[in-house]
Design a protein around this ligand. Structure first.
Ligand SMILES: C[S@@+](CC[C@H](N)C(=O)[O-])C[C@H]1O[C@@H](n2cnc3c(N)ncnc32)[C@H](O)[C@@H]1O
Length: 244
């Protein structure tokens, strides 16, 4: 992540989701693609890739069944998503990521492991949620280690904003959960602050650990998190349930 691109502001109100305000929560990094990643993007994409142009999805038709559904925003290189999709064949997973090598890697792995319960967008997650995911259709939305945008002048680029969590709320089923994790303490506090002020959610943490929950064993360790652990970083998990 670099910080040399200044956000531009659009005509939309400050309460609108970031992509409507011309602000991006990511920087597209140039990166060389490995052979496997290229193969994923070229050969596996037609089967598992989705675009905004596909429009609003009928998720039952997309997966050919009705199963619990998990959507992950910003899966990076996709290790955690692949592992979860493989471990939970009875759950359907949708991943959204803008970083092409990560999308290619996920597709390549999904194909090598013969996974049929996974679909992928290479798009801005906010646009996908708004335009492609119908209301009240997700059981879990995962946001693991989002870019912390540590400088104050860049806080507006943090993906977790009131408008984003309200958009997520409408896509979750009642009782569905928003699961976040970060290794940046100030971002963990920001997340808790945004969520405590977000209508329609309840924190699932117990009084002993609130607002955080102990690291759930079902969240696989990502490369990013493993690197943080080696550097002695803490990790904070937050799980909120849609109640209304
Ligand atoms: C710090 S990385 C963490 C990746 C992964 N979750 C992990 O734990 O290793 C954050 C990722 O979010 C992606 N991202 C940020 N904003 C996004 C958006 N609006 N739509 C899709 N992906 C986004 C970035 O491209 C980046 O790969």
């Amino acid at each position: 992540m670099t910080d040399n691109t200044e956000p531009t502001t659009g005509p939309e109100s400050p309460d609108a989701p970031l992509h409507r305000r011309g602000i991006k929560s990511y920087v597209i990094r140039a990166g060389r693609m490995t052979q496997a990643q290229t193969r994923g993007l070229e050969e596996v994409w037609p089967r598992l890739g989705l675009t905004l142009a596909d429009g609003r999805q009928d998720l039952d038709a997309l997966f050919g069944r009705r199963a619990p559904r998990v959507l992950e925003v910003g899966f990076g290189m996709g290790q955690s998503l692949i592992e979860q999709a493989q471990t939970h064949p009875d759950t359907d997973f949708i991943g959204i990521e803008v970083h092409a090598p990560g999308v290619g890697k996920l597709l390549d792995e999904a194909d090598k492991r013969g996974l049929t319960n996974l679909r992928v967008y290479r798009e801005d997650a906010l646009a996908v949620l708004e335009q492609c995911i119908p209301e009240s259709r997700l059981d879990t939305l995962q946001l693991f280690f989002p870019d912390p945008w540590p400088k104050k002048k860049h806080h507006k680029r943090r993906i977790l904003q009131p408008a984003f969590v309200e958009l997520i709320r409408t896509r979750l089923n009642i009782g569905g959960t928003l699961h976040m994790a970060t290794d940046w303490e100030a971002y963990a506090e920001w997340m808790a602050d945004v969520m405590e002020n977000a209508p329609g959610y309840t924190n699932t943490a117990t009084a002993e650990t609130a607002p955080y929950v102990p690291r759930p064993a079902f969240r696989p360790l990502t490369k990013f998190e493993a690197r943080g652990e080696k550097l002695g970083h803490g990790v904070w998990d937050l799980i909120y349930r849609r109640d209304s």
